[in-house]
Design a protein around this ligand. Structure first.
Ligand code: KIV
Length: 273
């Protein structure tokens, strides 16, 4: 039997069944050790294409590649046991045609062993979601602020304030759910619209900067850990790790410079466990 046989992860139907029930806890993860820390506390770990900005220092997610997503997806699968792992499909890997979307999603699933993929469900993507779901790929949608649309939008902007845009976002969420998405991320919209979408679709909504009116929540983990000076306004910081890391690095630096660094060979394994 494979090692995976004894791991019972949450699945797309498990998450789908939580509609209107116990809130769904989601965070992003990009590495094996962080996935291991978060896993007991989360229902779903998203290997978000935010990895491009958070880990690789890119200005937005447009430059993220399929190979990057697969590498980080493999790491998160190795580190986690229980949470459902969803890997983002990067810009350019699913919008062009249903066949291309399916081939790239299948590659992600085969090479990482993840449970599902996520796509930013703009106006033309529902048909590709339908094609993938019918062929065995669980798909999560993403509406509202779509970070991969940053170039046409001219920045990261809250969405759905005006009537026409509001209707479009509601339609995109409905279309993603009708196409078979098992859940839909709703990003950067006001509470009224988040609640309207949550009431309108039969699958869970996962909010990010979209109020408590969703079936679950997701945050970029590094934001909520306080690793960056700037975070979006809606992010609550649950830790101040940037300051802690800087203080640790300063203490280490002081030890090394004072020749008081306790790293001799006898103590090499003493911190284990
Ligand atoms: O890439 C990402 O981290 C995401 C979340 C913000 C939902 O898509």
């Amino acid at each position: 039997m494979s090692r995976h046989a004894d791991i019972r992860r949450l699945t797309a139907p498990d998450i789908r069944a939580r509609k209107g029930g116990e809130p769904i806890v989601c965070l992003t993860a990009y590495t094996a050790p962080m996935a291991a820390i978060l896993d007991p506390h989360c229902d779903l770990l998203l290997v978000g294409d935010s990895v491009g900005m958070v880990v690789h220092g890119l200005p937005n997610t447009v430059g993220v590649t399929l190979d990057m997503m697969i590498l980080h997806g493999q790491a998160v699968m190795r580190g986690s046991r229980r949470a459902m792992v969803v890997v983002d499909m990067p810009f350019g890997s699913y919008e062009g045609s249903a066949e291309v979307a399916y081939a790239n999603a299948a590659r992600i699933m085969k090479e990482t062993g993840c449970n599902a993929v996520k796509v930013e469900a703009g106006p033309t993507v529902a048909a590709n979601i339908d094609y993938m779901v019918r062929r065995g790929i669980p798909v999560m949608g993403h509406v509202g602020l779509r970070p991969q649309a940053v170039m046409v939008e001219g920045g990261f902007k809250a969405k759905g304030k005006a009537g026409e845009e509001r209707r479009l976002i509601l339609d995109e969420a409905r279309a993603a759910a009708e196409a078979g998405a098992f859940a839909v991320v709703v990003e950067g919209v006001a509470e009224g619209l988040a609640r309207e979408i949550t009431d309108a679709i039969p699958v869970p909504t996962i909010g990010i900067g979209a109020s408590a009116g969703c079936d679950g929540q997701i945050l970029v983990t590094d934001d909520m850990l306080g690793l960056f000076d700037w975070t979006p306004k809606f992010v609550r910081r649950y830790a101040d790790l940037k300051a802690e890391i800087a203080a640790a690095a300063a203490s280490y630096s002081a030890d090394v410079r004072a020749r008081t660094f306790p790293g001799e060979a006898e103590t090499y394994f003493s911190n284990k466990g």
